[in-house]
Design a protein around this ligand. Structure first.
Ligand SMILES: [Zn+2]
Length: 216
């Protein structure tokens, strides 16, 4: 009997997890608003959504990266190259770990994690397919030469203070976990354009708060 209850609980939680993430229509090539699109657990990207102008980014990457993940939307790639070059001139060196990820890749990553660590751990650490911002081609994860990109490192500090000058924001800031639905990620930057990035930086906002403030 106990076993039966356990099975019922597991099945109903799976149904709940997969049914609560939809907020009407999914975002696709025809309804997406470039640069300001919000992708999270409540705003999903269509499985066929692919950014229009993906290009290979000309910065150093970690060795294990796939060719797909070395790409970003063209303008974002240019801005990131400028950021990395400026940082390097100040003695701060970045490596890219993951840029664009297709729906298919995200699906593989997610299900592999479910298989290896179970649903709970997978949901904690990996975005479900369609809910990862990496599918937009507007964001990238960076690391440093030590592959230890935590808040106190000079690379994380530089990124926090300078990313906006190139149009990027820290997408998952500390203390805003309840708004973004994500743990603090000092390595994940998202392109929104210089003016908006500056505003978000100066007012200590998240993208969700900015978009909410500027509705209509
Ligand atoms: Zn990321």
């Amino acid at each position: 009997m106990k076993k039966f209850i356990k099975v019922v609980i597991i099945i109903s939680s799976i149904i709940l997890i997969f049914s609560t993430n939809f907020n009407g229509e999914t975002l696709n090539n025809s309804n997406i608003i470039a640069n300001l699109v919000v992708v999270n657990n409540y705003n999903k990207l269509d499985k066929n959504y692919v950014p229009k102008n993906l290009v290979k980014v000309n910065i150093p990457f970690i060795d294990s990266i796939s060719e797909e993940e070395e790409q970003l939307e063209e303008n974002v790639a240019l801005q990131l190259e400028k950021l990395v070059k400026m940082a390097s001139s100040e003695g701060i060196n970045y490596l890219g770990t993951s840029g664009y990820r297709s729906y298919k890749s995200q699906k593989e990553i997610y299900y592999n994690r479910v298989k290896s660590q179970g649903l709970k751990k997978a949901n904690e650490y990996v975005a479900k397919p369609g809910t990862s911002e990496h599918q937009t081609g507007l964001c990238i994860d960076l690391t440093n030469e030590d592959r230890w990109f935590v808040e106190v490192t000079k690379e994380a500090k530089w990124l926090k203070e300078n990313a906006h000058k190139f149009g990027f924001i820290l997408r998952y800031p500390k203390g805003k976990e309840d708004i973004t639905g994500k743990k603090f990620e000092p390595w994940h930057i998202r392109y929104v354009g210089e003016d908006i990035a500056k505003y978000i930086y100066e007012n200590n906002l998240t993208l969700e708060e900015y978009v909410d403030e500027n509705k209509n």
